[in-house]
Design a protein around this ligand. Structure first.
Ligand code: AMP
Length: 407
């Protein structure tokens, strides 16, 4: 790690994990050149409150920590964040970070781009907790922990909603009484940091496709689709919250709102319904086996098979819907844990798309997770591009750092 270059941290606090990445920010070649932060180390704690495990490594793969902890030592996100920082700070002693960028899931209608964090921003992000109960509280825990330990540290919030901020009114509306739209009850879309990265990456690897009508399938633990025209988001399958759209690991995706009403009328509290829709549904709920796609693919259980079939069916259906928004389809991109690594899931989704879109896969390229997995005969090219949400947060944070004259 070069001591001369400013260092920034990127924090990604999830429901049961805290990930911290260390980037150095080299001088831009000239005033108008874009900044290109370089990953130098990464640390994370998974299994917070259940079976905490810390791992940290340098960008070259050298492991600097791999240790399990008793729950009592890493009971919450605050403790996890302090521990990861402590481990990473060993390498940062001579060159402490000048800025910290946070992945924040919900920016609501207030934030259409990354923002410098102050008390007012924190208050506005707190107000959005009910719209992202699984993620927003943990994002805020990390922000508050830094503010307490280093009040002058430049902190930047980078939003999963921001990439979708330019959506047309038709893509934002839900057919509730209009007053609710004005109160912010509208479709926002999420996974925007991932989609922003993919838009940049696609313009590098296939600039001709990047200018066209593209659907990106971010299929991880959370899952959504984004319709892009010329690298800009025009619609997404996720809406007001990260529950909407595709079925996910433990989240239900789109369901009839009447089902929620029915649950409430049966006497379930709002909290119990929330726990079920976010934590007990999706692949886990349908299969009764696991939320992990690898486990389901290896399972003989009939409902594991049913869950995967439903997942592929729904993903294909929603691709059709977004193709209507785009008025056609020039490329389909798969990304995130399942999208970038699971040939059988991609092939099951694409099998549904053969008749309507003339999509066919090259079986060998798909099996190898190659970059272009469609066959030569396919009417629509299909690509696999691994995502890098932290890289986008690093970039926005480095730009803010320069704008603020730090580093
Ligand atoms: P993410 O949230 O992007 O980390 O993705 C997590 C999901 O990716 C989990 O459901 C994993 O089972 C899934 N996943 C990761 N690697 C593979 C793989 N090789 N095959 C199938 N699913 C995978």
């Amino acid at each position: 790690m070069s001591a001369a270059h400013p260092v920034i941290l990127v924090v990604n606090a999830g429901s049961s994990s805290v990930k911290v990445s260390v980037y150095t920010v080299p001088e831009a070649a000239h005033d108008n050149a874009d900044i290109n932060p370089v990953l130098s180390a990464h640390g994370q704690i998974e299994g917070i409150g259940v079976a905490p495990r810390l791992r940290a490594s340098m960008a070259d793969g050298h492991v600097v920590a791999d240790e399990s902890f008793p729950v009592s030592q890493v009971a919450d996100h605050d403790a996890a964040f302090r521990l990861v920082r402590l481990v990473l700070s060993v390498g940062l002693r001579d060159n402490p970070p000048v800025a910290i960028g946070h992945r924040v899931v919900h920016g609501g209608s207030d934030f259409a781009q990354a923002v410098r964090i102050d008390d007012d921003v924190i208050a506005r992000l707190e107000a959005l907790i009910p719209l992202a109960p699984l993620h927003q509280p943990h994002n805020l825990t990390a922000i508050r922990a830094v503010r307490k330990a280093a009040p002058d540290m430049l902190q930047v919030a980078c939003f999963d909603t921001a990439f979708h901020a330019g959506h047309d009114m038709l893509a934002q509306l839900m057919a509730l009484p209009y007053a609710y739209y004005e109160r912010g009850i509208r479709r926002y879309g999420f996974h925007g940091l991932s989609y922003e990265y993919i838009a940049r990456r696609l313009s590098q690897v296939a600039p001709d496709l990047a200018e066209g009508r593209v659907i990106v399938a971010h299929l991880g633990n959370g899952a959504s689709l984004c319709a892009m025209r010329n690298g800009r988001s025009v619609d997404s399958t996720m809406g007001l919250t990260a529950l909407d759209g595709l079925p996910m690991g433990t989240r239900c995706g789109s369901i009839d709102p009447g089902a929620v009403l029915w649950l409430a009328q049966q006497g379930m509290t709002a909290d119990a319904i929330q726990s079920m829709l976010y934590g007990e549904s999706g692949l886990k709920g349908l299969s009764g086996v696991s939320s992990d796609m690898r486990v389901l693919l290896a399972s003989e259980a009939p409902r594991a098979r049913l869950a995967v079939d439903f997942y592929a069916y729904r993903a294909a259906q929603e691709i059709g819907k977004l193709a209507v928004t785009l008025g056609g389809l020039d490329a389909l991109i798969f990304t995130a844990g399942i999208g970038a690594n699971s040939p059988p899931v991609r092939s099951r989704i694409c099998a549904h798309l053969e008749t309507l879109f003339g999509i066919s896969l090259d079986a060998a390229a798909n099996e190898e997770n190659g970059q272009r997995i469609s066959s030569n005969a396919s009417r629509v090219p299909v690509l696999v591009l691994p995502t890098d949400e932290e890289g986008i947060v690093a970039l926005s944070t480095a730009r803010m750092m320069k704008a603020c004259g730090k580093g």
